[in-house]
Write a protein that binds this ligand. Structure first.
Ligand code: NAD
Ligand code: TYD
Length: 366
């Protein structure tokens, strides 16, 4: 039975991980520590809030004494670290928060676990610090480059990926220098329920429903590898169960898409939903999908993101071979589920978006 401290558990991937974990391991204890920034929503944890094995703590990962107290009070043996500033566009206009949370916050967590797990009279056997990182630390690929492996040299290009790379290195150093039991996973772009609608996939779904333009940065030929979020949770589970201490594991979907093709695919899917379900035209009367089948006309090419990475691709051979990892969802099933989720959870996405972000980003890319 594990006792987990999950940082950032009220965010997109963290919340999905908590749902996954409590369903799969109902006897485990899960404590979530989350600062509830704009990206964190307590509503993401509604379905587990009455579970007696679940505790929510509103607090900051930079608060080392709070983290130490939580580790002791809840006898935590496993820390799964999701908390981060995660949006590349925000890291371009305001890098400070990324340095503070992603670098200083991770450092603060490492100091806390070292003090409680390693520096006490007896070292806590079987402790684990799992760090959730990204494929973006490896930089960018050309169309013909081989996919990133765990041996690819780090070459981050945005303040976001640079801050994640720095945190990965600190985690590694705490293993090599102090003997902390760490693992790190580097995952590709996730999508699925509770994805904050500033990121490409939920932004496109919600903008279609509001009849707003679908902004394509640059030529729209940038490639990302997309993974359904529950498959990420499953990958982390396998790393926690059987990953070798001190190792990095790539997690990916083997599912590369150009941005423009993603947007066109979602446009078609939403249109089909309007054909299948007449209620939708009543709920979203302004949506072009309700009036004429021409959703792609909302596509608007805007100026490119500064330093925009061209292509990410994950080679997950090590994770597949060592841990038996395979994504369960295909892109077709995962994106269909995701579109359905956004159609069924309008109250959620209306409540998390107050419109100010959309106005701000429209100014940046006009
Ligand atoms: P998110 O932005 O949706 O959620 C981040 C969560 O962290 C929020 O709940 C927020 O309130 C919390 N948080 C932020 N700063 C905090 C602080 N100082 N103290 C405590 N809590 C804080 O992010 P996400 O998309 O769920 O990503 C989670 C992790 O996975 C991040 O580390 C990210 O780098 C990594 N990752 C994300 C993706 C992706 O596609 N989204 C892919 C690979 C890796
Ligand atoms: P995003 O979801 O922000 O994830 P990341 O930058 O971490 O990969 O963006 C995914 C891709 O979509 C990326 O190449 C940028 C592009 N993009 C757009 O073209 N338009 C948009 O409005 C957004 C948010 C992203």
């Amino acid at each position: 039975m594990k006792k987990l401290l999950v940082t950032g558990g009220a965010g997109f991937i963290g919340a999905n991980f908590v749902h996954y974990w409590l369903q799969r391991y109902p006897a485990d204890q899960v404590v979530v520590l989350d600062a509830l920034t704009y990206a964190g929503n307590i509503a993401n944890l509604d379905s587990v809030k009455d579970n007696k094995n679940f505790t929510f703590v509103h607090g900051n990962i930079c608060d080392q004494s709070l983290v130490e107290a939580l580790l002791v009070e809840h006898n935590i043996d496993t820390l799964v670290h999701f908390a981060a500033e995660s949006h590349v566009d925000r890291s371009i206009t305001g890098p400070d928060a990324f340095i503070e949370t992603n670098i200083m916050g991770t450092y603060s967590l490492l100091k806390a676990v070292k003090k409680v797990w390693l520096d006490a009279d007896t070292v806590l056997e079987g402790h684990r610090f799992h760090h959730v990182s990204t494929d973006e630390v490896y930089g960018t690929l050309s169309a013909t480059d081989p996919a990133f492996t765990e041996d690819t040299a780090y070459a981050p290009n945005s303040p976001y990926s640079a801050s994640k790379a720095a945190s990965d290195h600190l985690v590694r150093a705490y293993h090599h220098t102090f003997g902390l039991n760490v693992t790190t996973s580097n995952c590709s772009n996730n999508y699925g329920p509770f994805h904050f609608p500033e990121k490409l996939i939920p932004l496109v779904i919600t903008n279609i429903l509001h009849n707003k333009s679908l902004p394509i940065y640059g030529d729209g030929q940038q490639i990302r590898d997309w993974l359904y979020v529950e498959d990420h949770a499953h990958g982390i589970d396998l790393v926690l169960q059987n990953g070798r201490i001190g190792e990095n594991y790539n997690i990916g979907g083997n599912n590369e898409w150009a941005n423009i093709d993603i947007v066109k695919t979602i446009s078609k899917l939403v249109e089909q939903e309007f054909i299948n379900n007449e209620e939708l035209a009543k709920r979203f009367p302004g949506a072009i999908a309700a009036i004429e089948k021409n959703t792609e006309s909302l596509i608007t090419y805007v100026k490119d993101r500064p330093g925009h990475d061209r292509r990410y691709a994950i080679d997950a051979t090590k994770t597949n071979d060592e841990l038996g990892y395979q994504p369960k969802e295909s892109f077709e099933t995962g994106i269909a589920k995701t579109v359905q989720w956004y159609l069924n959870n309008e109250a959620w996405w209306q409540s998390v978006m107050d419109g100010s972000y959309q106005n701000w980003i429209a100014e940046q890319y006009s």
